[in-house]
Design a protein around this ligand. Structure first.
Ligand code: PLP
Length: 410
C-alpha cells in the first residue's frame, strides 16, 4: 500500500493548517477607523508622516519615503541616484522581477552577475568583472531576509564610485553586522505587499541616511514637488507614487508585532534547520556570521536530486505538497531568460541602444543562478515559521517521509 499522500497514502498535515497570513486584530481595526473617522485619507495624513519616522528609525536610517509599492521604490531610487539613459546597473538574476524591471523603467541596462551557491545572494566576487564605464549602481537583494555580503559589495562600489541600492523587500528588520538593512548602502528599498513580513496590501518605502537622496526621492514620489514648495509648483520630473493613510496606519499597527514575529520565526528556523540536518536531499541556505539578524521572509532550501536518483524537483515538490506542506519552487527562471528580455521588448525604454546596441541576454549564462532556479531552489513561506513546535516538527517529518519513500516516486 502506498505511504506517500501523493499516491493515496495519508498526509502528515491532513486537516492541519499553518498560521494564516496576514494576521490582524483590534489594533489594525482601530488603525483603519482612526483614519476613516478623523483625518485626511491621503497626502497630509498624520499616519504617513508618523510611519515614515518610525520606519526610518527602525531601519537605522534618518529618513524614509513611503511609496505605493516596492517596485516603484527601486525605479525611483535609481532616478534619485541620477542615472541617465543607457547607464548600467548590476543586479542578480535570482530575485523578484521588479529588481530588473525597475532598472529598465529607469531607462537603464540590467547587467547580471551570478549568485553565491551557499546563500543565493549576489556573489561580490563577480561584480568587478561586470563593471564598465557606464556602470552607476549595484542592487544587491537580501534573499529570503538574509543580508547580502555588504562589506564586499560596498568596497567594490566605493572603489568605482558606484551607488548601492539594497533591495530589502524580503528583509524588514534584518541586520548585517548589527546594522539594519537599508542603512548600509546608499538607499534601502522595501515592499509591504501582502506576503511581506510587514504588510499593508500594497506599499513600499525607501530609507536612507543621505539627505540629498531623500529630498530627490521625496520629490520624485510626489509629482516633482519640492518639500517646501507650493502645491502646483513642479520643479522636477516626478509622479504620484504616494502611499495612502489607511496603508500607513495598518503598517504602524503591524510594526507593533514585528519584533516578536521575527524572534518566533528565528527560533523556528533554528529548530527546523536542526531537524533537517540528517535528512538527505535537502539543505537550508547558509546563514553567514555577518547576519546578526535574519528576517526569515522565506526559509530557502536546496534540493539535491542526486539523493533521489535524479528525480525532478517538480515531482519531489508535488509529493511534499500532497503531505500538506505549502512549499514552492520559488524563482524558477533567471530573469535574463524571460522572453521579453531575450526580445528586448522594453516598450519605449530604449536606453540600452545608447550604451550597448548589441545587447543580447541570450548569450548570458550564470551557472549558479541557473542551478538555483531550475533545479535546487525551493521555499517555505514565512507564515510556516510562525507555527508551533509541532508544526515545525511536522515540516521536518514531511521531508523525511518523502525521502524514506522515494522509491514510490519513480
Ligand atoms: C526582492 C523583491 N524586490 C522587489 C519587489 C517588489 O515589491 P512590490 O510587489 O511591492 O512591488 C518584491 C516583491 O515581491 C521582491 O520580492
Amino acid at each position: 500500500m502506498a505511504k506517500l499522500a501523493v499516491n493515496g497514502g495519508s498526509a502528515i498535515r491532513d486537516g492541519k493548517n499553518f498560521p494564516a497570513w496576514p494576521i490582524y486584530g483590534e489594533a489594525e481595526k482601530d488603525a483603519l477607523m482612526r483614519v476613516l473617522g478623523n483625518e485626511n485619507w491621503g497626502i497630509g495624513s498624520v499616519e504617513i508622516d508618523a510611519f515614515e519616522k518610525e520606519f526610518a528609525a527602525y531601519q537605522h536610517c534618518s529618513r524614509a519615503v513611503t511609496m505605493c509599492n516596492g517596485s516603484v521604490t527601486l525605479r525611483n531610487a535609481l532616478l534619485a541616484c541620477g542615472v541617465e539613459s543607457g547607464d548600467e546597473v548590476i543586479v542578480p538574476p535570482y530575485t523578484f522581477l521588479a529588481t530588473v524591471t525597475g532598472v529598465l523603467e529607469a531607462n537603464c541596462v540590467p547587467v547580471f552577475v551570478d549568485i553565491d551557491p551557499e546563500t543565493f545572494n549576489m556573489d561580490p566576487s563577480a561584480i568587478e568583472g561586470a563593471i564598465t564605464p557606464r556602470t552607476k549602481v549595484i542592487i544587491p537583494v537580501h534573499i529570503g531576509g538574509n543580508p547580502a555580503d555588504m562589506d564586499a559589495i560596498m568596497a567594490v562600489a566605493r572603489k568605482h564610485g558606484l551607488k548601492v541600492i539594497e533591495d530589502a523587500a524580503h528583509a524588514v528588520g534584518a541586520e548585517y553586522k548589527g546594522k539594519r538593512v537599508g542603512s548600509v548602502g546608499d538607499i534601502g528599498s522595501f515592499s509591504f505587499q501582502s506576503s511581506k513580513n510587514l504588510c499593508c496590501g500594497e506599499g513600499g518605502a525607501i530609507v536612507t541616511n543621505d539627505e540629498d537622496l531623500f529630498v530627490r526621492c521625496w520629490s520624485i514620489h510626489n509629482c516633482g514637488r519640492d518639500l517646501t514648495g507650493a502645491w502646483y509648483e513642479h520643479n522636477h520630473l516626478g509622479g504620484n507614487y504616494r502611499l495612502g493613510g489607511f496603508a500607513a496606519a495598518l503598517l504602524r499597527a503591524q510594526m507593533q508585532k514585528l519584533d516578536a514575529e521575527i524572534e518566533l520565526r528565528s527560533r523556528n528556523a533554528i529548530r527546523l534547520t536542526e531537524k533537517l540536518a540528517d535528512i538527505p536531499g535537502v539543505s537550508p541556505l547558509k546563514v553567514p556570521a555577518a547576519t546578526t539578524r535574519h528576517a526569515w521572509h522565506l526559509f530557502v532550501l536546496r534540493y539535491d536530486k542526486t539523493a533521489f536518483d535524479g528525480l525532478d524537483r517538480a515531482v519531489w515538490l508535488k509529493a511534499l505538497q500532497a503531505e500538506g506542506l505549502p512549499i514552492l519552487a520559488g524563482y524558477d527562471t533567471p530573469h535574463y531568460r524571460h522572453k521579453f528580455m531575450l526580445n528586448k521588448s522594453f516598450c519605449s525604454f530604449d536606453g540600452w541602444r545608447n550604451s550597448n546596441p548589441d545587447l543580447d541576454y541570450g548569450k548570458i549564462h550564470l551557472p549558479v543562478a541557473e542551478k538555483a532556479s531550475y533545479e535546487q531552489g525551493c521555499w517555505l513561506p514565512q507564515n510556516i515559521l510562525l507555527g508551533s513546535d509541532s508544526d515545525i516538527d511536522d515540516v521536518a517529518d514531511v521531508f523525511r517521509k518523502v525521502y524514506e519513500n522515494r522509491s514510490e516516486l519513480k
